[in-house]
Design a protein around this ligand. Sequence first.
Ligand code: OFO
Length: 173
Amino acid sequence: MLKKNLVKAFSEQVNAEYYSAYLYLVMSAYADRAGFKGAANWLFVQVQEETAHGTHMYRHILERGADPAFADIKTPPSNFRGIKDIFDKVLEHERLVTERINNLASLALRENDHASYNFIMWYVNEQTEEEAGVGDILAKIALADKNPGLLFTLDAELGNRTFVDPFPRTQAD
Ligand code: OFO
């Protein structure tokens, strides 16, 4: 059984994951309307990933015999200044999420809940990968400063990203 403070912390993180999905949906719409269809695709895959992260965590709460707490999902900002600004904000957001995930891991350890700690470790690793991936995109955007043509190459590359469900469920689940 999940302790009360962990139910609260996990539920808040479910909300934060769905907020991330909503934020990336807003960003995807912006990129699409700005003609960066590849970036729009990359961000839309991010929407699906964040939704999967939130849903997986919600299932963890249920599987541990607790009731998830639900709350409003706040409205994300939509005032972006171009594609670099978008990815700067993605990185900034992911760093905040990393902090939240680390706090959640520390709480699980403090509560001696090793099942939750083990569960949250997947998210710890995922955050490392996400921050690194966005850092690579920003490095390429910086290169495009001197050679704007590179932005089109990058956009085409971002257009190739596909969603792979990190937690596929079988009928037996
Ligand atoms: Fe949920 O993976 Fe980043 O935010």
